[in-house]
Structure formats: C-alpha cells, structure tokens
Design a protein around this ligand. Sequence first.
Ligand code: WTA
Length: 653
Amino acid sequence: MSAETLDNLSSENRTFAPSPEFAAQANAQPSLYSEAEEEGVAFWERQAEALVWNRRWDTALDWSNAPFAKWFVGGKINASVNALDRHVAEGHGGRIAFHFEGEPGDTRDISYAQLLTEVSKAANALTEMGITSGDRVAIYMPLIPEAAVAMLACARIGAIHSVVFGGFSAEALLSRIQDADAKLVITADGGFRKGAAFALKPAVDEALKGETNVKQVLVVKRTGQETAWNESRDIWWHDIVDRQHSTHTPEFFDSEHPLFILYTSGTTAKPKGIFHTTGGYLTQVAYTHKVVFDIKPKTDVYWCTADVGWITGHSYMVYGPLINGATQVMYEGTPDTPHKGRVFELVEKYGVTILYTAPTLIRTWMKWGDEYPNQFNLSSLRLLGSVGEPINPEAWIWYRHVIGGNRCPIVDTWWQTETGAIMISPLPGVTATKPGSAMRPLPGISAKVVDDNGVPVGDGHGGYLILDRPWPSMLRGVWGEDERFKETYWSRFEGIYFAGDGAKLDDDGAIWLLGRVDDVMNVSGHRISTTEVESALVSHEAVAEAAVVGAADAMTGQGIVAFVILRGGVEHVEGEELVKELRNHVAKEIGAIAKPRQIMVVNELPKTRSGKIMRRLLKDVAENRAVGDATTLADPNVMKLISEGLKSSSSDD
Ligand code: WTA
C-alpha cells in the first residue's frame, strides 16, 4: 500500500499577510490558537458562555457513546431567543437584521424588533396549528424573509425544521418529507428568479399526492400567481400569522434537542438526513462567524449569498449572524438579473463590508468579464469569504484584486453540512494567506491529513482529510439511520471522522483541499487530484473555469480529460492551437504527467444546484457511456450539449 495517497504536484509561493490596521482591530488575535490548545474542552465552554442559557450545562462533552456526541449536557437553551430576544433586550431592537431585496427590486428593511415580532406571531400560529416540540416541519421556500422567520419560529417552539431547497423537484421534496415524517409544510405560492415568477406550491401539491402524514400546508403569498387550493389542508400565512399575538413566551430546550435536519444532495442513493442539535451547534456557528468574519455588529453590513436551502444559509445567514446581532443583505434572485452586475450594485447600495460567496460564482464573474464589477463602487468591502469547493489560486487572486481592491483579506472556509460550522479557515487578522489554501484548522478544531493506514502524512504530502476530535457543531447522526451514520463517516478509520475529501499539506503545513477522494485520478500509477489540474488550467489567462475527470485509458489506466470555459474579454488563440497551448501550460505548471489527454471547450459545466461540479457525469461522457442520474443538475440540458460536443472533438495524442 502506498504511503502517499495523493501526489503533490503544484506549489504556490504567493502569500498575503493582513494589513497592520486590520490585524489591530481583528476579533481574533494570534493567542486564540494557544488558548484553545491549552484549554481543550474548556475553550468551547468559554465560547458557549457567549450564548444566553436558561440553565447552565453540567458536562461540557460526553463522548462516552462515540460517535454519538453530546455537548453542554444538561444545559437549556432556545435558539430563537439567542438570535432575537437578547438583542432587543439589550437595546438593539432598532438595528436592521435584514435588508431584503427581491429580484424584481422590491425591498424591505427588517429590524431585530420587527423580526422578533414576526417570529413570535409565526410561533403562535404554529402552536395554534397543533405543532409541538419534536414535530418535523418541512420548509420549501424562495429566499425571502419568511423563510428565516419560519425556521426561527420552529426553533422557538422546539419543532425540528427540514429546509428543502426551493429548486428541488416534487419528487425530491416528497422523499424528504417522508424520511423526516413531517407534519407540516411551509411554502410560498412562488418566487422570482431570472426575471420571472416561478411556482412552488404546485410542487408541494404534487409531492403530497404521495403517502405522507402532512396535515397542513402554510403558504406565504409572494408572487400573487394563481394557485390551486385545497380548502381542508392549505392555509395562507397572512390569514393565520397576521392575527396572532405579537409576543410569545419561549420555552427552553435541552442542549441536545434536535434543531434541524438537512438532507445532503448529490448521488443516486437515498438522501441522508444530517441532523444537528441546539447548544453545540449554536456555540460553534456563533464563534466561527465572529472570528472568521470578524463581525462588528454596529458597523458591518454582511452578505452571505447562499440560499437557506443549504447549510451555509442555515449557519451563516440565519443562526450565526443573527446570534451575533449582524446586519445582513438577503437577495432573492439570480446574480445576472436584470444585469450581470446585480451583486455589485447591491454591494454599493447597502455598503456591504463582508461578502461570503462560492467559487462557482467567482469563476462565473471571471467568465462574464471585469467590466461588471468595475461599474460599481465596491470600496465598502473589507473582508471576502469563499466556501463550497476548492477555490483555484487564479480565481482567488481575481477575487482579491477585482472585487476586494487588493485590500480585503480572503477567508477560504472549509466545512460541510455534516460539520455544521467552519472547521478550516484563515483568521483574517492573523493568517498570512496563500491563494487557494484554507490554511489551518480553526482554534479548537483538530484536522489532519493521513495516509491509507490513518498515519499523518507530514508536510509536503497528500492524503485523506480527517477530524480526530469531536467538535460542538458536529452532526449527531443521519436521521433514523444510526448504522448508516457509523458506516458512512466513522468506519474508514476506526473512531475517526473521515470527511470524504482529499487534501495535502504544503511545506509550511498549510492545508490544500483537493476535492472528493472519489474524484482522484490514477494516471500511470500517479494519484492526481482533479483540483490541481483544474487550477493549473484556470491559471491560464484564457480560462475562467475547468472541470477535470479521469477516463479509462488502455495505456495509462486513466487519462485526463478536461472541460474548460473561456474567460470574457481576454484575447487568446482559438481551436486546436488553444488546446495545444493549454496542454503545454498544464505540463509547465505541474508536470508532464498531468497533461490532459483531451481538452474540450464548453459554455457550461454540469453543476448541482449549490454550484458543485458533477464530475461523475463528465466521466460518463469521457468514457462514452450513457450519462447517469442527472436529477440533481441545475440545468439538465448542459449534459446533452457536452455529449454532442465531445463526439465531434478530436482526441489528442
Ligand atoms: C467541499 C458546504 C474546498 C468539500 C459548506 C466538502 C470545499 C463539501 C470547501 C461539503 C473549501 C466546502 N475548499 N472544498 N473551502 N468548502 N468544500 O455539505 O468537498 O454542501 O466536503 O457544505 O464541499 O459541501 P456541503
């Protein structure tokens, strides 16, 4: 068995230290690392003390029944009180919680006091509808304030929310309703996207033709479009919520009371209901939001562009920022409606200071060209974040330069639905960052890169990314499937959480994420990460985005096949010339072994709705197979175009 799990091909020598001004004012100072190391679990207790508890915990961590963790055992807490009531009680009720911007341009500024009123009314309405602590509620909504209100109202009464992304089909919704055995669905007539109203309620109607225990459907009127109505089941939000009392006396729940279930998307297998509990989750999301985003609630305007349907929307749009009393932007629509500068226009309009987005959007902006961000004043920005995929060094540099004006630290944050909160990230006032690296585990977190036998690989080598100490916001299981939980996450290495990602340590010990280990290619015995080849391609001036797969190859085991999207507004050679140039460029950047066998220029790549490239489908195309299950694709047509294109493109030497 090889000690080296992944070849370490590329290297990066650029570093960017925080400015002295940023470092001096930063929430997180260098001592945080040593404090966390010395204090161990007590460090997390200190972070938990930043929350409002109705009863303090007796035991900080119970790991006796591993891998089923319990944090802050015996403590009593209410998530919604931490997000709302405390700020109002402390005199900050007038502070804006959300600047909401609808895609058509309608706006609402919602203060903390108003949000508390809305959540209290919604909690009263849920109670009137018979929802009680422990019940599951499915939320299937556009990105409008009522989505956050619905989540917080559930949390307030101890009901467990299961948010299903509004872009998912009726079938996907049904399987999630069934798996969680939800009693209620909260939805909207529809929402606005790409310049038009889309309907949501018909998908709920369709889903509920299946066998479920859903008794009621609560419907927010967003678009006003015609909606089929089931008198005995459907209730308009405004009919029941608006007439409720504006106050609600919260109950306090066990620290380990489930807060939500969130299904992970992706493969053909039955969706996995990742579930999180209350005290530990809130502790880590609030702590990470404070130290990674350096939030100053009185002056910052923070914008996380994720949808509530994903974990990023849960942890860094709802719970983390609200607990920290932040003012946020919430935008309903797509970044190119009505023009490709919409995000930048909103940064200027609201004076956004902290922007947290995904590499897929950054690379899309690169593809569209610099003229869009350049039209707007982005000087309010002081910190930038990235999440969801490895960010290629050149995309990072572009983000820093074009969006951040070379002045904003970038935090590349690695985490998962399963981890609940950020695990690996620079601290913006402390870390000298390297473009493309998530750098090191946050204070309090232990992550390592190990070989096939679970032995740490050491600097300069690649392997599997693992977490070998429990953390407060860790998943508590897969809903109703304890065996699957153990098998999926805790069996590859005994007693250790394996995240599914490959990573390497550079010579300074900085962590580089290399994508899912399932995506690793084996070329003539070299285990090459798709991410490294993709980043080499993106470092060519003509390329905005690249996806790389290993296709079966009689000679080399696997051959590297690349799909690239070109950048707008950049001069370059065309056709065969360009392909040749790109192949040589990869050879120059990381070595001849990684030279793609074939490169195809495409207009779009197959992505999940949260923006992750679906390499599995590209591999089907590259190996001339019928394309597999594509139901989680954002745009189903993309694969057809790519398959047709590849058939007509010539294979290189
Ligand atoms: C990937 C999103 C590299 C990774 C919060 C992980 C990343 C999966 C990064 C989880 C990053 C997320 N660098 N890869 N900064 N952040 N990933 O559950 O493969 O939607 O396992 O959670 O995204 O995706 P999920």
